[in-house]
Design a protein around this ligand. Structure first.
Ligand SMILES: [Cu+2]
Length: 241
């Protein structure tokens, strides 16, 4: 029994160390793009939470397997049968209850994040995006001007109204994290608030035909004044050409 406690303690310590190492590797390999919307923070935290669980479960299995491989292997001249074990109620209750608690906790966390990132702010502005094979058109609700560049004001809640001219597309700017399918025949919506001025890329992330990979549009997040100026002047001159 004394010996068992030592094994459990050793495995426990190794699992903790391994969990940190595996998390560190996953975190280094899965580099996230810049987090440039208010939605990105809670989403990234949720993914980090999943990475911790993944790192822990991986370590739990691998550490016990490798530990057993070395410490409990059959020694030379050992012909003894292994101990016959039939069931262990405590273990079974534990490995049913613990994962259930974890799944419910993550379900709760995900719901809180989903409610948070989809809530409707009072001062949101609406921007239309229309996807087609293979490009994008952008416009404002009460303007005839159409652009091929998506210009958005910083720190302003945006509601993208998404429509398609032909087939399924998907609106995705990796730096904003959120994405939304675009379905022909109806309007779908996507809410986000850009937080960092800069240039990004809108990528169609629903396989939509031959040039799907080329269905990319430039996105520019600018100050609120620049945004107003863009739609008042630049766009008018661009669309009157
Ligand atoms: Cu597409």
């Amino acid at each position: 029994m004394q010996n068992n406690t030592r094994h459990f303690a050793a495995i426990g310590v190794l699992v903790v160390i391994f969990t940190f190492v595996v998390f560190w590797i996953l975190d280094a390999v899965l580099k996230f793009p810049l987090a440039a919307s208010t939605q990105a923070g809670p989403i990234d935290s949720l993914i980090q939470g999943h990475l911790w669980i993944i790192a822990f479960l991986f370590s739990l299995v691998v550490v016990i397997a490798i530990y057993s491989l070395f410490l409990f292997r059959r020694r030379e001249g050992d012909t003894e049968e292994g101990q016959y074990i039939h069931g262990n109620t405590t273990l079974e209750i534990l490995w049913t209850a613990l994962p259930m608690v974890v799944v419910i906790a993550f379900g709760y966390w995900s719901t809180v994040v989903l409610v948070d990132i989809t809530q409707r702010p009072d001062n949101e502005i609406i921007v239309n995006a229309e996807g087609y094979q293979w490009g994008w058109n952008f416009s404002l609700p009460n303007s005839d001007a159409v652009t091929q560049e998506l210009v958005l004001p910083v720190d302003t809640p945006i509601r993208m109204d998404l429509t398609s001219k032909d087939v399924l597309h998907n609106f995705w700017v990796p730096e904003f994290r959120v994405k939304q399918d675009i379905v022909p025949g109806r309007t779908t919506y996507l809410r986000f608030t850009p937080t960092i001025e800069g240039e990004y890329r809108l990528i169609c992330s629903e396989l939509c035909g031959l040039n799907h990979t080329g269905m990319i549009a430039p996105v520019r997040v600018v100050s609120q004044d620049e945004f107003a100026a863009f739609w008042n002047q630049d766009v008018q001159t661009a669309s009157s050409k």
